[in-house]
Structures are given as C-alpha cells and as structure tokens.
Design a protein around this ligand. Structure first.
Ligand code: GLU
Length: 405
C-alpha cells in the first residue's frame, strides 16, 4: 500500500514527485508539490521516500471501566479516510487510536475497539460481503454492548437491510457514513460518528442507520435499517425514513435521545444469525415501453425471485401479464412502487387485478431495495412456497401495519 507515502516516479518520459492519494480507479494519483493531483495510468516507481501516515500523532487510548465497550467495523467509503490537503498526509479511521484521535468525543461515550473488514466504495459491495459483515457483527455482539459499521453511503441502506434480516440482535447495530469527507469544513463525519456511538450504547436492539437529520449540525436521526433510503446525491440529510418515522433523534451536542417510534429494546431479542442469501433475485424497474422479455431473460438464467418496481399503485404494462403468469409458476414476483411513498394496491385497476390473478404478490409499503434483500433472505432460507407466504409478513419492521405517511 503506497497511499500516504511520498514517491518519485517516471511517467510520460518525465520524473514526478508527490504523495500518493487514495485512488479507486487503478491509476496512481499523486499530490504534486504545486498542490495539484495528477493521475498516472502507466508509470514506474523510482523511489519511495517517506511515509506521512507515520507522522500523524495518535491519541493513546485509556480504557475507562465506567464506559460501555463498542466495536467499530470499517467497510470503507468517505467516512473511512481523510486527506490533509496541506501536507498531503492521508489518515484513515481504521484503528481505535485513529478514530479517537480524529473524533476525541467518542472516548467520552464508550471504549472503542476497531476492526477493518473492507476498504471499498459501497457500490462495490456484494451479497457475499453482506454475509461476511453479518458474521463479523454477530461475533462482535457476543462481546460488545453495541456495534458501529462505517460504510459508504451509496448502498448503506442495502447493507443495513441485509443485516436486519440476517441478524436477530439484542443490541444496537448502527450503520454510519458521511456525505462529505472529514478533510472538508462541511464534513458530517464526526457528528454522525459521535451520535452513532451514543446510539450504540443506548436502549435499542436493532439495525439502524445514523445520519444527519438536517443540513446543519443540529441532530442526527436513527433510521430503521429496513425503512431508510438515500434520497439525495450530496445533502448531509440525504437519508430519509420512507413510509415510517425515524426511530430516534439524537440531539447535538447534548446527545440526548428522543425516541420517535416503536423499537426493539435492548435485550428484547435473542442473538441469532441466519447467513444464507440467494443471489439470483432481480430488481426490475418498469418504464413505458419496457418489454417483459427482460423477465424471460432473468428467468432463463435461473432467477426465481423478482422484485418489480412498477408505476403508481403497482402496475406494469398489460403486455406483461402472460409472461408473469408463466414465471409465477416456479418463481416469486413481488410488486413495489417507484413512487416509494405509499402502499401497493393492485385491487383498484384492471391491470392490478390481472397481475394478482397471474400470481404477483403485493409488496405492501416495502421499499424496492428492501424487498430485493428480503427475497434474497427468504429464498436463501425457505422453500419457494414458504417464501411466497412469508414475503407478505412483517419480519423486522419492513412492513408497517398501517400507512400513515
Ligand atoms: N460512492 C462511495 C460509497 O458509497 C463514496 C460515497 C460515500 O461514502 O458516501 O462508498
């Protein structure tokens, strides 16, 4: 790993010197003396000069007997690293010392231990990584009062959903990310992390996502992992609970918690892990003109689980009915809505009634991504017939009994 080191390279027939920046494209990115970053696809390293990371002073951790113990598992994303653009030094938040040096307030809330599981952008997550993450969280829950998972924000709601289905937890499992990295003045990383630490030590026993509640530093929301979605590309309050209230509001800087909806309390559920997922489940967004051959294609590839993101109350073109009837014979097809807000009701219009007759199942008020992960979980653990029954049932709060939002 060259990141954070000063190197001299030969590229394009010239010599360059600079500090190696984090790069996710396969190119070498150097911060040059003039402060600019330059990317190199082809290069030859002549010399590695020094390691800037070693020069960053680190806090010494003093364990406090009066504080609970929390495990932080890093998976990558913006929250995981910061660049000091003055020196070019790269500091990551992978060890407990690094985390506490960058966010000293955490040491007032809990004793942290840290583990680096992945250092990836969350668009590179996969169901097999969710499984590994669930196993690590499960092991950590045996020893710690709570677990924090730092994660890229793009797909954090998929990972949170996956863990919510796979893990029955008596303790808090808090996913946290940052929309702006901690080297930027507008960063949300520290406050999100501090509120997460508070949440991880609180009276709750479920999988949550903790992120800024507004665009300023007023409070964070704890969202139920199966009811949350990233709804903005860049705003600090991008994460919103959909068709549900957030579980809690964590005031900043007082860190007082206000519970806003029902919740699983600490100790309410037993610790259990079911770590099988069926990956051959497809999420298909319908749009005017899309042919049902997309469904035939997936079916021919062995997919037996389908989540359709339909229009409005839960519709696709009537041209799809015959295909869906055939596919439903040996597969499970769940309808969700691209409206996101509201509940599926296929009893209102003819198209909906035809879909129900074809065997399509209404996805209630589940988010399409959550229905996708739920189907992976159900098909990984139950027979097709059982899964057809269970998908309509609420497991962990993914289906609200009444639509009030
Ligand atoms: N796209 C990256 C990810 O989701 C970086 C953005 C972020 O961490 O928020 O991991």
């Amino acid at each position: 790993m060259l990141t954070g080191k000063r190197v001299r390279i030969r590229a394009k027939g010239k010599i360059f010197e600079g500090i190696v920046m984090p790069s996710f494209t396969g190119s070498l990115v150097l911060k040059l003396e003039n402060g600019y970053n330059a990317g190199f696809r082809e290069y030859e390293i002549i010399e590695v000069l020094e390691d800037f990371r070693a020069q960053v002073p680190r806090a010494e951790i003093v364990r406090r007997e009066d504080l609970p113990n929390v495990k932080i598992i890093s998976t990558g994303g913006t929250i995981a690293s910061r660049v000091d653009y003055r020196t070019g030094a790269v500091t990551s938040q992978f060890t407990a010392e690094e985390i506490v040096s960058d966010v000293p307030e955490i040491a007032e809330i809990c004793n942290v231990e840290a583990e680096l599981l992945y250092n990836i952008l969350s668009e590179n997550m996969k169901p097999s990584y969710w499984i590994e993450l669930a196993r690590r969280v499960y092991e950590s829950l045996k020893k710690y009062e709570g677990v924090i998972v730092t994660h890229g924000t793009d797909t954090m709601h998929y990972s949170a959903s996956a863990l919510a289905f796979m893990l029955s937890t008596p303790k808090p499992v808090v996913f946290v990310g940052a929309q702006r990295s901690s080297d930027r003045p507008s960063s949300d990383a520290a406050m999100n992390l501090i509120c997460s630490a508070k949440l991880a030590t609180s009276d709750v026993g479920e999988v949550l996502v903790c992120m800024h509640g507004t665009t300023s530093d007023e409070f964070c929301y704890a969202h139920r992992g199966v009811k949350v979605r990233k709804m903005h590309t860049s705003r600090r309050d991008a994460f919103q609970s959909i068709n549900a209230k957030p579980v809690a509001k964590i005031d900043y800087p007082s860190l007082e918690i206000e519970w806003l909806s029902w919740r699983y309390r600490r100790g309410e559920r037993e610790l259990k892990l079911r770590d099988r997922l069926e990956e051959k489940v497809a999420l298909v967004k319908f749009y005017p003109g899309l042919g049902s051959d997309i469904i035939d294609y997936y079916h021919s590839k062995g997919y037996r689980g389908f989540v359709i993101e339909g229009t409005g109350l839960g519709h696709v073109s009537t041209d799809w009915i015959e295909t869906l009837k055939k596919v439903c014979e040996d597969s499970i097809v769940v309808m969700t809505s691209q409206c996101l807000y509201g509940r599926i009701c296929d009893r209102v219009y003819d198209t909906g009634r035809d879909l129900l007759r074809a065997g399509v199942i209404e996805g209630e008020d589940m988010l399409p991504e959550v229905a996708l992960v739920k189907l992976m979980f159900l098909l990984g653990n139950y027979s097709l017939e059982e899964a057809k029954e269970l998908v309509k049932k609420n497991f962990v709060g993914e289906i609200e009994p009444r639509s009030t939002y």
